[in-house]
Design a protein around this ligand. Structure first.
Ligand SMILES: Cc1ncc(COP(=O)(O)O)c(C=O)c1O
Length: 384
């Protein structure tokens, strides 16, 4: 499709090309010095002690749950939002546990509701996954207090949120507040290397496990042996091959250096969207996180419109070659997750959000003039 405004576009150029060429020229492609350098820079930027580069964000979530021993006991449960990408729920199932879905706070703040989360805690709850929708912080102070009171670890799905400092949380970065943070570098993300991820923690014990689980449970990498630092290896746990290769790590490092600037450009666009929708004053229509559009990474530009008009508005935008999407179809609606015991009415805000949300083009190189154009097209679509 020849979009005038695509939903997202990566920001790639000479630094990324040079980094990849340099890696190819070095003759070492698999996990090695470039992956290590990327991890060090990522940990430093996010103020965390340990960062392990992995194959993708889903692998990061899988390793996080496995390292916590989730699924080891029959009946283990993981509380998480339904209004998110399916990876967390899938990995919960893959480790042998049950996802328990909690509702979101509101239509303007579609992150997990701490009160609903607390209501769903049982003796079987082994972990909480929170997701910083659009790169805007969940209510972490409340969630950290609830989790501490029940001794339940927190996994932050920070796939939307690389490079986001939160002043209210002591200047810590999203992904570095809970016990474990997971990031994705898929091609639509704020920084990308095509496919890639990172799992971070301050806990030395978890870090040892992440390192082992990422690479078959082996005690050394091929790179260590190539360097003459080891001649053989032991296997200490049964793990996966979730390594990130140096080619992607080189590309990711170039993106990481640009991340603060890329996030800043996105925030300007998010503020412009919020202003544009506020100025239009269309009834029952509001930009999501419209009261604080500059306070997140603006990974997703979302608007809620009246449910009855949503699909027609999207069709109208597509006719004008403006791509939109839905973040997200709620996980509990998917065939694989339909749970006859869980009344869908108990996720009422997620249900309403899912019927009303439209996600709009938002990426660093989107021209600022596109924002009033897109908002105006939505307003016209709602009047038709
Ligand atoms: C919120 C969220 N969680 C998890 C993932 C999974 O990441 P990946 O696609 O890198 O496996 C994604 C991205 O696709 C995401 O947006």
């Amino acid at each position: 499709m020849d979009w005038k405004y695509a939903l997202s576009e990566p920001d790639l150029g000479e630094p990324e090309i040079a980094a990849v060429v340099d890696c190819v020229s070095s003759g070492w492609l698999s996990m090695g010095p470039r992956a290590r350098a990327f991890e060090t820079a990522f940990a430093e930027m996010h103020g965390v002690k340990h960062a392990f580069a992995v194959a993708n964000g889903t692998a990061a979530l899988h390793i996080a749950l496995a390292a916590l021993g989730v699924g080891a006991r029959p009946g283990d449960e993981v509380i998480q939002p339904s209004m998110t990408f399916v990876a967390g729920a899938n990995m919960t199932r893959v480790v042998g546990a049950k996802p328990v879905f909690a509702d979101i706070v509101s239509l303007s703040e579609p992150t997990i509701d701490p009160a609903d989360l607390e209501r769903r805690i049982t003796a079987n709850t082994r972990a909480i996954i929170v997701m910083h929708y659009g790169g805007y912080a969940c209510r972490m102070e409340e969630i950290v207090a609830i989790a501490a009171a029940h001794s339940i670890p927190i996994i932050e799905d920070a796939c939307h949120a690389p490079g986001q400092k939160v002043p209210e949380l002591g200047g810590r970065f999203l992904g570095g507040i809970g016990d474990i943070g997971c990031f994705s570098f898929f091609s639509n993300k704020n920084m990308t290397c095509g496919e890639g991820g990172m799992v971070v923690t301050d806990d030395d014990g978890l870090a040892e496990l992440f390192k082992a689980l990422r690479s078959h449970g082996m005690t050394t990498l091929s790179w260590d042996r190539h360097q003459g630092r080891a001649t053989t290896y032991d296997v200490t746990v049964s793990g996966f091959n979730y390594r990130l290769d140096d080619l992607r790590a080189a590309l990711a490092s170039a993106q990481l250096a640009k991340l603060p600037g890329l996030n800043a450009k996105r925030r300007v666009l998010a503020v412009a969207y919020a202003d544009a929708f506020a100025a239009l004053g269309v009834p029952d229509t509001a930009y999501v996180f419209g009261d604080k559009p500059g306070a997140g990474t603006a990974h997703v530009g979302a608007v809620v419109v009246p449910a009855a008009k949503r699909d027609a508005v999207r069709a109208g935008l597509a006719e004008q070659r403006i791509q939109t999407s839905l973040h997200y179809p709620p996980v509990h609606h998917f065939t694989a997750f339909k749970d006859p015991e869980a009344a869908s009415t108990s996720l009422t805000v997620s249900e309403e959000f899912a019927q009303r949300v439209i996600t709009l083009p938002l990426y660093p190189s989107l021209p600022l003039e596109a924002v009033p154009e897109i908002a105006g097209a939505i307003a016209r679509g709602l009047r038709d």
